[in-house]
Design a protein around this ligand. Structure first.
Ligand SMILES: Nc1ncnc2c1ncn2[C@@H]1O[C@H](COP(=O)(O)OP(=O)(O)O)[C@@H](O)[C@H]1O
Ligand SMILES: [Mg+2]
Length: 313
């Protein structure tokens, strides 16, 4: 689809380029007649085709699908998913947070009790718009929870194409958002494989409290095995979490991480009591303690993710 504007009366006309392409050779001019004022004028087909290309590129540019994952639990996956989503929403982007964990923590943190969520989307029990709840301005939630355990069994029983189940379910829904942030459960199962077949960018939170490097390199191997079948999924961000500047250990691990993965490493999220307190108030860190260190750290992460021009290509 392209748009031709009449040079005389400025009326805009939609044209179906497929029909035009069949009848006009490239490089040729088309004689167009304005249906509104009757004015006749020449239009270059190449120009219209470029216009169409730009439009499709724009649509692709605007949807970014970032999954937050690492097989280890308690590293800050859910905290990062929720606060990154909340921060992006505050910055004016339309965000859908997808919780693929049976614990269903994301809705709790955002103070929501959705009646439906990802389970109903995957089982097609409800229409996509009925599965999503609005959590804040610009922020929507596709919640997880216990019922996802049953869905995993359904996915496991599929004889082929099981890894595309989530992608198929999301395809009518994700076009409405700028960012899709996907929180994952610890461990490695069919649902995580589905997430890695759906997302295009991976964000890995790494807790600086305990020796994290082994878990990270194991995850890299698993990711590599997925990339053989799905080239679009790439590691983009390693976010150090639980950065405690009062003790030496975290700083040392951070320095090691920076050396090993300089292209992915982000500014650390500092250890902050507020981060563990905010969920029981149903608030993001920006609502609960906007002035705290963790709030400015997550704001910095939001900035990095939004300004990442290479992701837009
Ligand atoms: N930077 C941080 N400082 C202090 N507590 C944190 C921080 N990040 C996360 N937490 C707390 O640590 C616990 C585990 O974090 P969570 O995000 O649930 O990890 P995961 O989703 O990887 O299991 C939660 O209670 C959370 O509130
Ligand atoms: Mg979690």
């Amino acid at each position: 689809m392209a748009i031709i504007v009449c040079p005389k009366c400025a009326k805009k006309h939609k044209v179906n380029l497929d029909t035009v392409r069949e009848n006009v050779p490239l490089g040729k001019n088309i004689a167009a007649r304005c249906k509104s004022c009757g004015h006749k004028f020449p239009v270059q087909l190449d120009h219209l085709i470029n216009q169409e290309k730009e439009q499709t590129q724009e649509v692709k540019k605007t949807i970014r699908k970032i999954c937050v994952t690492l097989s280890k639990g308690g590293v800050g996956k859910t905290t990062t998913s929720v606060n990154l989503s909340a921060g992006l929403a505050l910055a004016g982007h339309k965000v859908l947070l997808v919780d693929t964990d049976t614990q269903g923590q994301s809705s709790y943190i955002l103070g929501k009790k959705p009646r439906a969520g990802l389970t109903e989307l995957l089982t097609k029990e409800l229409a996509p718009e009925e599965c999503v709840v609005r959590a804040r301005k610009n922020l929507w939630l596709l919640s997880g929870g216990k019922s996802l355990a049953g869905v995993k069994r359904i996915i496991d029983r599929k004889s082929f194409g099981a890894e595309w189940t989530l992608s198929e379910a999301m395809k009518d829904l994700d076009q409405r958002y700028d960012f899709i942030i996907i929180d994952t459960a610890p461990g490695w199962d069919q649902l995580i494989v589905n997430v890695l077949f759906y997302a295009t960018e991976v964000l890995v939170p790494v807790a600086l409290e305990v020796m994290p490097l082994q878990g990270l390199s194991e995850f890299m191997k698993s990711l590599g095995s997925i990339q053989k079948y799905r080239k679009e999924i790439v590691l983009k961000y390693i976010v150090p979490t639980f950065m405690d500047t009062r003790v030496k250990g975290p700083e040392t691990i951070y320095t090691q991480l920076k050396k090993l993965y300089p292209e992915y490493i982000c500014t650390p999220i500092r250890y902050s009591e507020s981060l563990s307190e905010a969920p029981s108030y149903g608030k993001s860190i920006f609502e609960f303690a906007p002035g705290c260190t963790a709030s400015s750290d997550y704001r910095e992460l939001v900035r990095k993710v939004t300004l990442d021009a290479s992701a837009l290509l």
